[in-house]
Design a protein around this ligand. Structure first.
Ligand code: CP
Length: 308
């Protein structure tokens, strides 16, 4: 029986290409399950999972909870906003208290880069990173690559461009690692202030012109401007950003080829892309969300087999 090379999912950086292919193969089977009239299997009925969200989330949180319930796990949800974190409790104390209640796996979103890595060294549960600050969002990258693969087949040599606020994005870094491990060519496009200074050292192509980048790529994965992480002004105004770096339908109509439009959500309609792009026949944004449940079922199922 094939297994993952790791007992935690802390980042795509720590996965082997074989791990990614195994997650995809398993997700294909779970996708079939969640399209049945009875969408549930008993695979994790002896497993208790805590979803610890120290930062806001809609898609990732609901998707993990659905994935856990479809696998018949027992689930507890924790939200920092309504917890004793507000009374000054440390991350480690919070998690150790939850683990005392016999929790096997922890899904964690946290604003601090490296928080899941820190926890994985301190506690025996399997840790799944659901997004840590500007570092990584591994299940997002897995569901993105899985969705691209469904649309385009093998990603070897395929051209994927990540547009927008790469500097503050955990989705960008996880996507770059994942797509490169799958043999794709990766580019980034955005204003120079929103691209990390040494991004080319990751082996990605850099564009500052949206039309040129769209002409180059098979897939445009468009990111949200993360105003909540921007401590200074990186561009003069939202209006100017959308004028120079937003994607509109006219740009797609000018292309003499097929293109796939993706977005991890939440979308700022009219900023990074217009509504007619988000809702166009090119867009697979809602398929990404659907695939998220199957990918998270696969990750949970495979990691549960690596419990100590
Ligand atoms: N894509 C993503 O992580 O969305 P949420 O912040 O809503 O979970």
């Amino acid at each position: 029986m094939k297994t993952l090379s790791t007992r935690h999912l802390l980042g795509i950086k720590y996965l082997q290409p074989e791990d990614i292919h195994l997650i995809f193969e398993t997700a294909e089977q779970f996708k079939e399950v969640i399209n049945r009239p009875i969408k549930k299997v008993p695979s994790l009925r002896d497993v208790t999972i805590a979803n610890l969200f120290f930062e806001n989330s809609t898609r990732t949180r609901i998707s993990f909870e659905l994935a856990e319930k479809r696998l018949s796990a027992d689930v507890v949800n924790f939200s920092a906003a309504s917890s004793s974190v507000k009374k000054g409790e440390t991350l480690l104390d919070t998690v150790n208290n939850i683990l005392s209640m016999k929790v096997d796996m922890v899904v964690m979103r946290h604003p601090a880069p490296g928080a899941p890595i820190f926890l994985s060294k301190k506690i025996p549960a399997n840790i799944i990173n659901a997004g840590d600050g500007t570092h990584e969002h591994p299940t997002q990258a897995l569901l993105d690559a899985f969705s691209m693969r469904e649309k385009l087949g093998d990603l070897t040599g395929k051209k994927i461009c990540i547009f927008g606020d790469v500097l503050h994005s955990r989705v960008a870094l996880s996507n770059i690692f994942c797509l490169q491990k799958l043999g794709a060519q990766v580019a980034v496009c955005g204003p120079p202030t929103l691209l990390p200074k040494y991004i080319n050292e990751l082996g990605v192509k850099v564009f500052f012109d949206v039309r040129k980048a769209l002409k180059w790529c098979d897939v445009a994965n468009v990111l949200r401007i993360q105003l909540e992480r921007q401590d200074i002004k990186y561009f003069p105004s939202i209006r100017e950003y959308s004028q120079y770096f937003g994607i509109n339908k006219q740009m797609l109509d000018e292309l003499d080829k097929e293109i796939v439009i993706m977005h991890p959500g939440p979308i700022n309609r009219g900023v990074e892309m217009t509504s007619d792009v988000a809702d166009s026949e090119h867009s697979i944004i809602l398929q990404q969300v659907e695939n998220g449940v199957a990918i998270r079922m696969a990750v949970l199922y495979l990691l549960a087999r690596k419990r100590v």
